[in-house]
Design a protein around this ligand. Structure first.
Ligand code: SAM
Length: 279
């Protein structure tokens, strides 16, 4: 069968995720496999069961850079679900979509990273990479050795971290946005979610690696993947008192190997190990 080059161009336009079949009226009315559809993805600010809207930076980019027009097709994430959508209209700085059909979405991995607050540029890098690797949530923690000025500024930084998580979620085509919680003191953070499987990254641990501990945990859990929480220390490491707090709350100390990693390297390595076993 021959397909006119013009039609081929139409079929193979940008696409991902979803397999697409297109109908051709080339005299024979055939269906042709059109590859995998990759539509640009937006994360809705507001939505109902049939429509969704974006505003702010996302909408400005769509209107000005991508020259939004009614009829353009996108994927829109609304309430953790992804929809094949058609641009319905532009009103001022808001873009509205009609939600056409739900498309399959990959949920975040059930992993929460507790990051002791460290230098903000490195912290931002860690948040971006954790988002790309599929973490569900980040809890910034104020540890004993978190530098004082960073601890004081952390609350004011949280909105910026959330914006970064939103950007990284869009860029990595997630169907949800990584949540960044308000910073809390370590002594409170260690007590949260005792039902989860909790691992504290500890460079002095020699016998149990994170990889081995997760493998064992997954094997014991069977079909259900339990919620996982992993804590990374600040640049100066945990104090003896903090180690005792983790111990009292039954966190499992785990190693990422014999070398001392920087805090952000440790956090992302842990996330990558978890992703490799959970995906
Ligand atoms: N206290 C250490 C020192 O100065 O020798 C350094 C701490 S390290 C820079 C920061 C955090 O990364 C640690 O508290 C730990 O949570 C994690 N980390 C670094 N290397 C690790 C390893 N090999 N295994 C497990 N965790 C590690």
């Amino acid at each position: 069968m021959s397909v006119p080059p013009m039609l081929l161009g139409q079929i193979f336009r940008r696409s991902t995720g979803e397999r697409a079949w297109r109908r051709f009226s080339n005299g024979e009315d055939e269906w042709l496999y059109a590859g995998v559809v990759t539509r640009r993805r937006w994360i809705a600010d507001t939505w109902d069961e049939a429509t969704a809207s974006i505003a702010g930076d996302q909408a400005a980019h769509l209107i000005r850079v991508l020259r939004a027009q009614p009829g353009m097709e996108f994927d829109v994430v609304a309430g953790g679900r992804v929809w094949h959508s058609v641009l319905a209209g532009i009103a001022g700085d808001e873009v509205r979509f009609n939600l056409v059909a739900e498309v399959q979405a990959d949920p975040a991995l059930p992993v929460t990273l507790l990051l002791s607050v460290f230098k903000f540029d490195r912290m931002e890098w860690a948040i971006e990479k954790a988002t790309e690797l599929g973490a569900e949530c980040i809890v910034p923690m104020i540890a004993r050795r978190t530098e004082k000025h960073l601890a004081q500024a952390a609350v004011g930084r949280t909105e910026r971290w959330r914006r970064m998580a939103l950007e990284a979620s869009k860029q990595s085509r997630r169907s949800d946005v990584l949540r960044v919680k308000d910073p809390i003191p370590l002594r409170d953070a260690v007590k949260l979610h005792p039902e989860a499987k909790r691992f504290v990254l500890a460079e002095q641990e020699r016998s149990t690696t994170l990889h081995h501990a997760l493998e064992e945990m997954l094997h014991a859990a069977g079909d259900e993947t339990p919620a996982i929480r992993m804590a990374a220390g600040p640049e100066g490491g945990w104090t003896a008192e903090e180690e005792a707090l983790f111990d009292a709350e039954n966190w499992k100390p785990v190693s990422l190997g014999p070398r001392i990693l920087r805090a952000e390297t440790a956090a992302i390595t842990a996330m990558a190990v978890a992703a490799a076993l959970l995906e």
